[in-house]
Design a protein around this ligand. Structure first.
Ligand code: GTP
Ligand code: MG
Length: 467
């Protein structure tokens, strides 16, 4: 793999790689050419050894070289380059996981001239040294932050190189075509026969198909990574808070027979069908609310407007009084599910006729949040709305990252222009080559080969320190 143009620092960095606070163990990680020397100065193995063997744990103590006092009991492992996370020499010191031992060891290492690492700098070095590409580096961050098992599975597959391979496949075809075009453009005097432009157009169209298919997986796949917000809205006292409690499986919200119980909004995270869902309960919508409640209602409206999905709850005994025309004004079209609650209070026949007042085509589910009837059905309907049942989760690579998606769309635009050039007669060779180059650059940006520094910085800045 081509190593990006940024110069390597070559200095040695250190960070605490475990969360701050109290834990079983704390790990201080050092990477760079001075890692081994620094460890030798601070770590005293129980059984003295001439030279540490790579990739082997040693038991001993970390001591302050100024007065030889023991800082902590520790395990130390030295991993010599290149078979390491960063491809540099790495030392890990595993000490007792209290905030103080970890911090003191960190300070000791820094006092030996080692620089504190920036966020994501270990992973950045792995990337700069060619061990992983940018897509894989981003997968590392996704693994750390995965909020659902499916998100984790996607990120693991991305780290394995599944997505990179897919992108490289298209890139190789592009490179072949570009070489062919450039040979023809660069040596006109050699009287080379014209390339077979129908064949070239055919190959461009194959690439368009592949890139489009990959890009289309984003719509659903990213939900597993980024999650969605699901707002529970409706008029006062219809059972919104009761429903939230049922869906999140605990008594999270206060429920009472008095309308206007919920004044602030509150949220709780759950995972539905593998998708992390931020569920938000809101104040009941009504116009004649008192001052504090009115603020809650304003909050609720804002939550509903920005929601990815809305569960609009209505009272089964008051279906006819619901002003559907108004609801349509704020409910996000195509992302609203009407939940008819309190069906335990109405006979089946009345419910049937009451449902007739609902606008046609709006998806609906009838439940009793109090007696938990119809909840399973509601769960299935929410899942169907969230996922749309379109994505085969075990299919090949999927796109979950908006940066990849945007680059693929740029690639697609360039390929479509290129297909147009290849169909024109005579073929404008320069333009065709330029479009192929644009497409190539977009793919290179995904992999990190032609990614501008500020974008790299933005990516690694979101990592935690010590990763
Ligand atoms: N019979 C029956 N009562 C229900 C059902 N769901 C909720 N309730 C009752 O309806 C009342 C209002 O419930 P809440 O969950 O507080 O309603 P809400 O929509 O959050 O109300 P506000 O926060 O005031 O807008 C409570 O007394 C609940 O016990 C149901 O399915 N059947
Ligand atoms: Mg409530």
């Amino acid at each position: 793999m081509k190593v990006p143009a940024l110069p390597l620092d070559g200095d040695t960095i250190v960070a605490v790689s475990t969360p701050f606070g109290v834990g079983g163990i704390g790990i201080v990680r050092i990477s760079g050419p001075a890692a081994e020397k620094t460890a030798a100065q601070l770590f005293h193995p129980k059984t003295p050894s001439e030279r540490f063997t790579s990739h082997q744990f040693y038991y001993g103590h970390i001591c302050d070289p100024r007065d030889n006092s023991v800082v902590d009991e520790a395990l130390m492992v030295l991993m010599r380059a290149p078979k390491t996370y960063t491809r540099e020499d790495i030392v890990e010191i595993h000490c007792h996981g209290g905030a103080l031992p970890v911090r003191r060891i960190l300070e000791l290492v820094v006092s030996r001239g080692v620089r504190p690492a920036e966020p994501g700098e270990f992973t950045r070095r792995a990337f700069m040294n060619g061990r992983i590409d940018l897509v894989q580096a981003e997968a590392v961050a996704d693994i750390v932050e995965a909020k659902s098992a499916t998100a984790l599975r996607f990120a693991q597959r991305q780290l394995d190189g599944g997505l990179s391979q897919e992108i490289r496949g298209v890139r190789e075809t592009l490179k072949d075509l570009l070489m062919e075009m450039e040979a023809w453009l660069d040596f006109p005097e050699e009287d080379l026969p014209d390339p077979d432009f129908d064949r070239i157009r055919g190959r461009i169209e194959e690439m368009i198909g592949a890139v489009r298919e990959l890009s289309a997986t984003y719509a659903e796949a990213h939900l597993y990574r980024d999650g969605v917000s699901l707002v529970i809205g409706g008029r006062p006292n219809v059972g919104k808070s009761t429903l939230l409690n049922v869906l999140v499986g605990k008594e999270r919200a206060i429920v009472s027979p008095l309308p206007g119980t919920t004044r602030d909004y509150l949220e709780e995270s759950v995972v539905l069908a593998g998708i992390p869902v931020r569920m938000i309960d809101t104040a009941g919508l009504r116009e004649d609310a008192g001052e504090i409640e009115a603020r809650g209602v304003a909050f609720a409206r804002r939550q509903i407007e920005t929601a990815d999905f809305l569960l609009y709850v209505v009272d089964a005994t008051r279906l006819e009084s619901e002003r559907w025309g108004r609801v349509a004004d704020f409910a996000p079209a195509g992302r609203t599910l009407v939940v008819i609650n309190k069906i335990d209070l109405v006979p089946a026949a009345a419910l049937e006729s009451g449902m007739g007042s609902l606008p046609p085509g709006v998806p609906r589910v009838a439940v009793s949040a109090l007696y938990r009837t119809g909840i399973e059905n509601l769960g299935e309907e929410i899942e169907r709305q969230l996922t749309g049942d379109k994505l085969d989760l075990d299919s090949r690579a999927v796109i979950t990252n908006v940066r990849h998606r945007q680059a693929l769309e740029r690639c697609l635009d360039a390929l479509e222009r290129a297909a147009g050039q290849a169909s024109a007669r005579p073929v404008p060779g320069d333009l065709l080559a330029a479009d192929l180059r644009h497409a190539l650059r977009a793919l290179g940006e995904i992999l990190g080969e032609t990614t501008p520094e500020e974008i790299l910085r933005g990516i690694f800045d979101t990592f935690c320190i010590g990763k």
